[in-house]
Each structure stands twice: as C-alpha cells, then as structure tokens.
Design a protein around this ligand. Structure first.
Ligand SMILES: O=P(O)(O)OC[C@H]1O[C@H](OP(=O)(O)OP(=O)(O)O)[C@H](O)[C@@H]1O
Ligand SMILES: Nc1nc2[nH]cnc2c(=O)[nH]1
Length: 181
C-alpha cells in the first residue's frame, strides 16, 4: 500500500516493515549482549509502543528478562498537548532493577522525561531508554537515549502502533502525512 487516508488526512509510505525489522533485530541483539547476566525489566509505554515492544521482547534471549506496561498519553490529533496523562500506572517493585523503557517515538521528549521521573522515584539500579524513532528537530527537553532505531524529520507519522486519533495503529509499515491538505 503506497498511500492511505485516515480521517481527513492522506499519508504516504515512509518506513517499510523490512526496515523496521532490521532495526529491531540489530537493537535486540545489542540488548542481549548489553544485559547478559542481568534480569532486566522491559517497560512498554502504551499504547503506541505495543508492536515495537512485542517484537523486541520476543528476540530477547535472556531467561530472566521480564516485561511490564504503563499507559501514558500526551498526543491529541497530530500535536502534543504538552502534558502527560497517566492512564495505567506502574505497580512493579523496581528497587535495584535494571529497567529498559521501550518507546515507539520520542518527539517533544515530554513523555519520556515524565516516564523517567516516575521510574527514578522507584529506586531502580539503572534506567536505559530505547526508542524505535526519534525526531531530533522536535525535541523540547534534554534527554539521554541509549538505543535509537532511526532519526526522522519532524513530520506526523502513523502505523506500526502509532495512531492518528485512534486509527492506523494496525498498519504494518509506517506512513507520513502528505503536504496536501
Ligand atoms: O515525545 P512526545 O512528544 O511526548 O511524544 C511521544 C509519545 O507520543 C505518543 O503517545 P501518545 O501520547 O500519542 O499516546 P498513545 O501511545 O496512546 O498513542 C508516542 O507513543 C509517545 O509515547
Ligand atoms: N501517531 C503519532 N504519534 C506521535 N507522538 C509523537 N509524535 C507522533 C507522531 O508523529 N505520530
């Protein structure tokens, strides 16, 4: 599928699933090496990162790895609201744990910074951040990212878990909005 229409907007093919898969394979292999002899807790930020998190986690060969989920929302339509709502909280005991946060996208950076604050308050041994995508030109805050799949321009995208007002998360590839209104 080269173009899709979601609600009022047209989107064009931007990142193919083949490309995403090769990023995921490389990142998960690196994590398997970096966290050897550890029992890391992977933390998936719902909703957007469910596909990315599943694909990373199924390639993690560490027998003591665990996964958990938190649900945050900061985006409305095609723009950030500037504030982060927590919709499902973090119940795990993180004391002394290595936590690896799995995000689909870091855009303004507001969601990830808020997430890091919440995790830090629970006294983990270490926090690592992995994001499939980063929009460097959109960042509004300073944040250290440990694993970055791909840097992309500041265009609104959908697919592979990412939505436009609830739609488009089931697209296998990633699409970007076309200039045309
Ligand atoms: O860097 P930021 O500007 O904070 O944007 C990144 C966040 O935006 C999206 O989530 P969204 O708020 O749309 O919620 P969703 O995951 O449920 O779609 C995405 O999944 C990231 O979590
Ligand atoms: N769907 C979607 N959600 C986002 N959250 C932050 N940036 C984006 C984006 O480009 N697309």
């Amino acid at each position: 599928m080269k173009n899709v229409k979601i609600h009022d907007k047209e989107f064009e093919l931007f990142i193919t699933y083949e490309k995403i898969r090769s990023i995921v394979e490389e990142m998960s292999e690196k994590m398997n090496n970096d966290f050897k002899d550890k029992n890391p807790l992977f933390l998936c930020i719902l909703n957007g990162s469910f596909m990315f998190a599943a694909e990373i986690f199924k390639r993690i060969s560490l027998l003591d790895a665990e996964i958990s989920f938190i649900k945050l929302a900061s985006y409305s339509g095609t723009h950030t609201t500037g504030s982060v709502k927590q919709l499902i909280g973090l119940n795990e005991d993180l004391t002394g744990r290595t936590v690896i946060v799995l995000e689909d996208i870091v855009d303004s950076g507001i969601t990830i910074v808020n997430t890091i604050e919440q995790i830090k308050a629970k006294n983990p041994a270490d926090i690592k951040i992995a994001t499939l995508l980063l929009k460097p030109d959109a960042l509004q805050v300073k944040v250290q990212l440990d694993y970055i799949g791909l840097e992309i321009p500041n265009d609104f995208i959908v697919g592979y878990g990412l939505d436009y007002d609830g739609r488009g998360r089931n697209l296998i590839d990633i699409y970007k909005v076309t200039e045309k209104k």
